[in-house]
Ligand binder design. Sequence first.
Ligand code: PBG
Length: 324
Amino acid sequence: MQQLRRNRRLRTNEAIRSLVRENTITPHDFLVPLFVVEGKGVQEEIASMPGYYRYSLDLLKNEVKELWSMGLKSVLLFVKVPDTLKDNKGTEALNPDGLMQRAVKTVKEVTPDMLVMTDVALDPYSSYGHDGIVKNGYIVNDETCEVLAEMSLSHAQAGADFVAPSDMMDGRILSIREILEEENYVNTGIMSYSAKYASAFYGPFRDALDSAPGFGDKKTYQMDFANREEAIKETLMDIEEGADIVMVKPGLCYLDLVREVRDNVDVPVAVYQVSGEYAMLKAAAEKGWLDHDAVMLEQIMAFKRAGAHIIASYFAKDVVKLLG
Ligand code: PBG
């Protein structure tokens, strides 16, 4: 019997491979996370995230200008709040002149067309390092939602295009959507961290913001990583409550869910390649055990193949530089 079909014909050389390639990576795929601190002239490397920095507002300006010039047009802002400003209710989060609010304005001032998203959760502001208000050792839900809604409004007033609640309280998307509608911020979007798992991969991020929980863990609000169907339930509920974009987080260990969510929803799907994923590759590359650039591109392509429309990644700049 003669062999008629030979799949290797389509792999003969780079020209044919690129002609039949099903997915591509472009700068438009990325959402760039940025860490902001108080001060002047500060660019501090995060110990567990080599090559990634916290910037004070003056240096943040250069960074966003560079991103813009590279075709990276969306950022996700996080702030590191001084201990003296932290309390149980995250009062500082609502300060109209707080670091996040000033960061949004700073980015808009130097790169007015940059899409600015803000992280909405209490942990960087909380004396307990939790994503909500603590009462008798429990993270209370509904009261936290009220603060998250006020916080979102404050970010919208500062000029944020999207708010990105990363807390996993029940009903927070509805609370946020309602306040934005009432206050006439009808075009401020919500990117919900809808399937966010209680993950050990967030370790380096908590170093970056000094936001590790002071007691216990986040398992009473973030999802159990044994669960799959729950991710779909969470995501569909967030869409019903008004989420414009949904997210799966972390990334690589959760690609099954990226695909499943993509197949079940009619809104854009984001994935977050989190700090621990970044740290893992940096460490292995530093030791000479993995080829940094090759593995990085393979990982980013895996997100595309799994069905992600948006990739939040600390590798965004590295990838775009490599694509040339
Ligand atoms: C805050 C928040 C976290 C991350 C994004 N937003 C940490 C956490 O939930 O503990 C993690 C991002 C990363 O690890 O890169 N709620």
